[in-house]
Design a protein around this ligand. Sequence first.
Ligand SMILES: *Cc1c(COP(=O)(O)O)cnc(C)c1O
Length: 230
Amino acid sequence: MSIAENYARIRKEIPDYVTIIAAGKTKSPEEIREVIDAGATDIGENYVQEAVKMCGALDEKAREVKWHMIGHLQTNKINKALKIFDIIQTIDSLEKALAIEKRAAKIVPEKTIPVYIEINIGNEDSKAGIEPEKYEPFEKFMEKLIRDISKFEHLRVEGLMTMGPRFGNPEDSRPHFRRTKKIFESIKNLDIPNVNLQYLSMGMTNSYRVAIEEGSNMVRIGTAIFGERI
Ligand SMILES: *Cc1c(COP(=O)(O)O)cnc(C)c1O
């Protein structure tokens, strides 16, 4: 099946309220153009440099969609990232948020950048994001972090993001997704000023169905749209 067919099939399969991020790492501008023409509204990129190239190659077409940073953001790439990305999904510390705030104030002072907090819900060594087991009680830790970030003028916390195990049985991810949804709800209920928690970004090719069942409203899908990465 073509990229356009894959996108359309997944779009039809899942509820309308779920945003699909087409995860474009390693893909060519032609492939991204195809998914945009098939109706994709949001593209995820893992590397600043790839995103810069992609947006350059797509030119006008790039402006039809929102660009999400879904990979680890290095401090020395923040300035470039701020020019490309509409949303940064990978905030993993107060220091990172502050580094972005400072640069945003200089480079894009008129903007408020939506940011999501990345949680490494499975406490996996190989994964980015905040590990709950290091910060117990975790809900309290998250509340404090988000209250601190809420004071930054150029950032607005709008979501939580988590990966969960990529391979294996998606059922193994279910308890992790459920826990993330609970954290999401508990923070949402605090109604923190200058925080607008709306997006729960979880679920990838092998796990998006389970993630949606557990409350995700944003899935990041690469392989099921574009085919296996080689
Ligand atoms: C690659 C990637 C995805 C998509 O993975 P697939 O398994 O190909 O769907 C989602 N989120 C992040 C952060 C990624 O790096």
